[in-house]
Design a binder for this molecule. Sequence first.
Ligand code: PFF
Ligand code: NA
Length: 444
Amino acid sequence: MTRETWATRMGFILAAVGSAVGLGNIWRFPWITAENGGSAFLAVYLGIVLLVGVPGLLGMFVVGRRAKRNPVGALRSLSGSDRWGLAGGFLVFSSLVLISFYSVVGGWILRYFGESVLGLVTGTVPYFANPGASFGAASAGLDAVAFHLVFLALTALIIVAGIRGGIELATKWMMPAIFALLVGLGVWASTQAGASEAYAFYLRFDTSVLRENFFGLLGPAAGQALFTLSLGVGTMITYASYLDEDRSLPFDGASVAVLNTVVGVLAGLVVFPLLFTLGIEPGETGTGAGALFVGLAGAFSQLPAGTFVATAFFAVVALAALSSAISILEISVSFLVDEHGLPRRRAAAVVGGLVAVTGSVCALEPSVFGFVAGTLVDILLTVGLTVCLVFVGWVMGRDALTEFRKGAGPVGRAVATPWLFGVGVVLPVFLVFTLLTTFGVDGE
Ligand code: PFF
Ligand code: NA
């Protein structure tokens, strides 16, 4: 059977945006920005997206489009060595770790979405009464297992439907829906009493942060940039492996980075006005899961038309999480299809069965969840991306340049050589540096 491809270039871009836009933008990005000095942090973050994220993304696109294989097959066939196949295996392993916790959070979101919809019908939203206790009950235990399994099943179903009929079709509808809903929510949020105070907090340009703690910002900014652009587990290699036309990769990569950032900024413009309007201190309910589920749920419960807004908001988050989860699960599915000749349906069943178990462990054990989501994933992503970039720079070398230039415009062709140098030398050094400062020095 011939390997499937994207039907259109736009389909590829939207699928990649779907992968990028996820919990990272809507839940993590606004908080990290606000905590680290507002738009001053945003400036550092944008610099890293431009100088590290986009070149890294292009590295993954180059590997995938050249090899037209899953990460294991790609690294093996491009190098002619089984050792590099093992490095690809590390990526596939990391993707399974990542989806194990991601699917649990996806389950929480499905539950909140479901309860909000129910509220539209019955007039009472279960989590409105006591947001803190509701989140405690939803986040771990058998309920969390059940919703994780539903979320995982949805993800697997879309994957079973294939590249064009599943992933491409789904993300083509999901991405515009996310943008439209977020813009609508942002406009609505701007009419709330706390809006101007919130904007001042969110977008303040706190230069003292830059002067006093510039190096301290690099770690969080880099971590956020990798996670949000889906770098380091092989998703972008896999998605680019389904490209059959040689269009400009730099253009595609830049589009993904820009759209992804727009969603992150927009999410902040929705979240903070709500919290400020109700006098909920940002950070009071935590910056992680708590921020989204406790703080916002509390806000929704008190706002006019809160149930309606909650439904729209959790719809956005659910769509974003689902389109990212698809891209994570597809890595190991494509591995089983390409390398072991499994039919897609069987591959999805095998991977789904495995993640059903590993995700359930995360759903039952908060300590495992915390370690995986808070520490392990950051390390795996950074190591994975570093390995891939060294591969692009030192193993592919000239082939990478050739692939990069194919279909690129004059600007893309002009930056090809500096790009390869950056990817092979500067970025790996930078990534190892951030790994050491984040996990070495302050021992987090
Ligand atoms: N980019 C996703 C987010 O921001 O939520 C997370 C992610 C998806 C990371 C896919 C890595 C990945 F391969
Ligand atoms: Na993202």
